[in-house]
Design a protein around this ligand. Structure first.
Ligand code: ADE
Length: 223
């Protein structure tokens, strides 16, 4: 069982996501537990304020250190011990290898930012891994946290019906997945490639490998 604590200003943003599909089933089956915590509940301010203007000027608001420190201290006093991930576009990029690594953990904490970001003392004064889900800016860390929860959950043993399905997909070997087809064999003038219906498994494997290579080199920068 993997337990993921999520610190967010918008716990309600997770409700549909947590109930649906693979993730909903994984929660029902006790493969994963996602615990949502509202950062506002840890504010010491009487108006539950969690953000303020940046010193030195500039647009927007920053998450203050106090509620984050208090939240983490509360979680630790309730048994939390594990990797702490702070979601920010300035972090290291999340990828399949990182997802695999996280799927081996027992506890994770994900901190979602909002507004212009975090007071830097949050990363100076506490151990966080700063993680981004891609080179674009979201209006909050919630969709990024959802991407991580989803990518990690589907790698947990028994989360997917077919235990082989995560092995043969995009990124599992650093390459993008080949194109796939199902019935019908002819659809609006487009047909399934002959090799896939010919029954020659060595040829099929070769075709798939070549398609994977072609996709990867045309869609990704080479390392
Ligand atoms: N918060 C805003 N943008 C983000 C991104 N790309 N990744 C992670 N957290 C974010």
């Amino acid at each position: 069982m993997l337990t993921i604590d999520v610190l967010t200003l918008f716990p309600e943003a997770f409700s549909g996501f947590l109930g649906a599909s693979i993730l909903g089933l994984a929660r029902q089956r006790g493969i994963i537990d996602v615990r949502l915590h509202n950062l506002r509940d840890f504010s010491a301010d009487k108006h539950h304020k969690v953000d303020d203007r940046p010193f030195g000027g500039g647009p927007g608001m920053l998450i203050c250190p106090e509620p984050v420190f208090r939240a983490v201290e509360w979680l630790e006093s309730h048994g939390f011990q594990g990797r702490r991930i702070l979601l920010t576009p300035a972090g290291r990029t999340f990828d399949q290898k990182f997802a695999q690594e996280l799927s081996g953990e027992k506890r994770l904490l994900l901190l979602c930012g909002h507004y212009e970001g975090f007071d830097h003392r949050i990363v100076e004064g506490m151990k966080w891994e700063e993680v981004s889900v891609g080179d674009y800016v979201l209006s909050g860390g919630e969709p990024a946290a959802m991407a991580i929860v989803d990518a990690v959950t589907r790698l947990l043993p028994e989360a997917l019906g077919d235990p082989d399905s995560p092995k043969d997909e995009s990124f599992s070997d650093g390459k993008l997945e080949y194109p796939q087809y199902t019935r019908p064999r002819e659809f609006r003038g487009m047909s399934v490639p002959e090799v896939l219906v010919g029954g020659n498994h060595a040829e099929i494997r070769k075709w798939r490998e070549e398609e994977s290579k072609r996709r990867t080199s045309s869609r990704r920068k080479s390392p």
